[in-house]
Each structure stands twice: as C-alpha cells, then as structure tokens.
Design a protein around this ligand. Sequence first.
Ligand code: SF4
Length: 298
Amino acid sequence: MPSPSAPSGASGRSGASGRPSPAAPAAGAGGRALRADCGDCFGLCCVALSFTASADFAADKPAGRPCHHLAEDFRCGIHTRLRERGFPGCAAFDCLGAGQRVSQVTFGGRDWRAHPELAPAMFAAFPVVRHLHELLWYLTEALRLPRARPVHAELRAALAATDALAGGTPEELARLDLSAHRERVNALLLRAGELARAGVPGRKADHRGADLTGARLRNAALRGANLRGARLLAADLRGADLTAADLTGADLRGADLRGADLSGALFLAQSQLDAARGDADTRLPARLARPAHWPARG
Ligand code: SF4
C-alpha cells in the first residue's frame, strides 16, 4: 500500500477487473506496458496481498490467502460490482503490470493452483515486483517532463536498472534490498519534480506530507505546489488549479475534483483518480482516463 513521501500511489489494489484503460498506457524500459493485464495474471493481487476491513475493503484478508471472491479461473467474481459490494480499494488498484510479469515471466506461466509448491515464492515475489514497477512508472513519468532534462540521463539509467531488477529470478527478488533502491530512485524523482515545479513563477505552496483531510481548497491556486504524500482524503478541491503540482503518492480518496484542472499535474496516477470524485468538467492529462463512475455532470 502507498506510503507517503516516497513514490507510491501509482497503485492501489484490485484484481481481475475490467476497468477502462488510460488513453496512452505508460511504458517502462523496453516499452514494457506498466498497466495491469488481469487476463495474463494468476490473480496475484487477490492472493498475495493483505487487506483490512475498512471503507476500502468489506472484509479482512491475510497475505497469501485467496480472497473468497476469487474464482477458479483467477477472475474476480464481483469485478463489475466492486464498489457496490464494498471493495472500492480493489476497483482503484493497478499492479502496473507486475502481476502478469511475475505470472508469465518470473514463473514461466506456472500457476499457484497447479503448482502449490511455487506459491510461497510467487506470493513473495509479487509485492517486490509491484514496487519496482511502481518505480518504473514514476521514472517514465519523470522522463515526460521537459524541464527535468538535466536529469534525463540519470532517469534512463535508473529505469534500465529497475527493469533489470524486476526481471530477476525469485531468489534474486527475495535477496533484493528494495528500500535502498527505492531511496536512490526517490532522490532522483524528487530532483525531477523540483525541476518541473521550478517552471512555475512565484511562491509555491509546500504541503509535502501534510494532513489535508477534508481541507477546503475550492478554487485554490495550487500551481507548482508540492503535495507529495499529502493526505487529501475527502478534500474539497473543486475548481482548484493543480498545474505542475507534484501529486506523488498523494492520497486522493474521496477528494472532490469536480471542475479542477489536473491537466498539467505531475506524477498523477490513474489509481488516484479512480479513488477520487470528479465530473465531466475535471481537466485531466490526455494519458489518463476519466473514471467510469464519475458522473457526466456534477
Ligand atoms: S474482491 Fe477479491 S477477487 Fe475481487 S478484486 Fe478484490 S481481492 Fe480480487
């Protein structure tokens, strides 16, 4: 699950659901699709990860145990009704392509039902590869930023290194010092974000890691703001201008984005939008899809 201030939030939680695809799916090193393809996955997010009964999940589930809604064919039995059935956390999740990579590449298409002896290693590998794919996603986003050009070479090197790590064997993934790698990549992403925000003239709000739960930010001028890891749960951001605002890992669950301008927001992930509220007047980057559950008009 996302942790504030470090790259996070590009993935929430889900399963074999059929959500809309972004207009232009992000691609990491080697053009790898950084988007879940549940048809090629053995339902790993619905088994390997844990969740706690809350507003996001209607039940508890420990890591390593299949969700009772997971069908024999690795599809979610309630994927078209996740929100109504109390699983919006699943609806907003994207493994960013880690599930199909672990299923089809790391374990060569051998699934944990037919090969239960592989299950522990497979369930341990999935969250590691998911974190690495999250880093790939952020690095890909940083490379889209023209103002981050001074660090593009370092970003490309980090992208290749991260992709190589994600392609490791189960044993290599188990030995990986993920925290150290995340820290190195996060420092680079911070620099890229700062370079991009520096293009906005004047004073910029710094809300990094701030608790802005329920904050009244209607029509707020948040151009170039630092909102990395900010808690914006149920915040009123109607009509806010978030151009060049860094939203890395910001928690937007239940935030009201109706009429807000996010078209130039930095590091905004589809899963953040999927967890928020918006409408037809919310301006989005072309690469992201308008969530199907948003009303046409507020
Ligand atoms: S409800 Fe269960 S099976 Fe369905 S997406 Fe969520 S975790 Fe997976």
